[in-house]
Design a protein around this ligand. Structure first.
Ligand SMILES: NC(=O)c1ccc[n+]([C@@H]2O[C@H](COP(=O)([O-])OP(=O)(O)OC[C@H]3O[C@@H](n4cnc5c(N)ncnc54)[C@H](O)[C@@H]3O)[C@@H](O)[C@H]2O)c1
Length: 279
């Protein structure tokens, strides 16, 4: 699908990848872009820059997503592309509170379901529509040090696969964005104090495996993938090789990931060491 004259909604559009997606969709010819974010000022500043509309919304609230879809459809016509993108990170394992794990599930998985539930009926009526769901390379591989991020992003990938299989014959197309590190405000915007002071390109004080990409390059790749109706959007192409290595020999892949984790942490305690009494 090309974006010329299309109506686009982006959640988490006030910052980072979502903001870049709103700008890039506008440059690609979108008729109207709705920028939705729980940070209303950030959403307004992106929307003002592109002549779009800003909405303050917490994506954990299904009623708010229903209203976002309803008001967009009534003001601008059917939504052609819904980018379900809001997200945050944590740095914890099984010791993480149920409250934070539930919040992650709600933002990274339920919000995608609620968006699909709200927007699919009218897309299916029209016989066309596109869902771009932001997951992460962590949804195909793992996120070292973050149980919650890993499991919810895996669920986000599985959900996108399911939507693609189930609704393709009704004209619905789905892509899932799975980057490694992207230079954004995600660490500062995430509530977990253990990562709030980390630099986006160096969260553990060591360089990341395949480098940090810029959000506008990620957004341009999303627009290309949507034009080509390609399911995976992989700003770090190495990720496809890692998925292959994982499926070819899971025990070898797990051993390699353990070695990588040990290298990343160096002298610091490994994530699992937080469970040791007295640490
Ligand atoms: N930055 C990376 O390295 C990276 C890598 C892989 C995947 N991702 C994913 O990309 C997506 C965008 O993240 P980003 O890196 O651009 O971060 P960001 O913090 O720059 O932008 C995320 C935006 O989402 C908003 N948001 C968070 N929770 C929300 C909620 N409950 N309701 C409404 N808005 C909410 C924030 O206010 C923020 O404006 C996330 O899903 C993230 O998991 C990021």
């Amino acid at each position: 699908m090309d974006l010329i004259d299309k109506v686009v909604v982006v959640t988490g559009g006030g910052s980072g990848i979502g903001a870049a997606m709103a700008v890039t969709a506008t440059e690609a010819g979108a008729r109207h872009v709705v920028v939705a974010d729980r940070d209303g000022d950030a959403a307004a500043s992106v929307a003002d820059a592109i002549g779009g509309t800003a909405t303050t919304i917490d994506v954990r609230d299904e009623e708010a997503i229903v209203e976002l879809v309803r008001s967009t459809e009534s003001a601008h016509g059917g939504i052609d592309l819904f980018c379900s993108n809001a997200g945050f990170v944590t740095q914890a394992g099984v010791e993480e509170s149920d409250e934070v794990l539930q919040a992650m599930w709600d933002v990274h998985v339920m919000s995608h379901i609620h968006a699909a539930r709200a927007v699919l009926p009218s897309m299916i009526d029209r016989g066309e529509g596109y869902l771009l769901n932001t997951a992460s390379a962590a949804g195909l591989l793992t996120q070292i040090g973050s149980l919650g991020y890993t499991i919810t992003k895996h669920a986000a990938v599985a959900l996108a696969e399911w939507l693609s299989i189930t609704h393709h014959h009704q004209g619905i197309r789905v892509s899932v964005l799975c980057p490694q590190a992207v230079r954004t405000n995600i660490t500062a915007n995430s509530p977990d104090v253990r990562v709030s002071n980390a630099a986006a390109d160096d969260p553990l004080g060591v360089p990341l495996a395949d480098g940090v990409v810029e959000a506008d390059a990620v957004a341009r790749l999303c627009v290309e993938a949507i034009a080509a109706e390609r399911f995976w959007v992989l700003p770090h192409p190495e990720v496809a090789d890692y998925v292959k290595q994982k499926s070819d020999d899971i025990d070898r892949w797990l051993a390699g990931m353990r070695r990588y984790q040990a290298r990343l942490y160096g002298d610091r305690p490994l994530p699992g060491d937080r469970l040791v009494s007295g640490s």
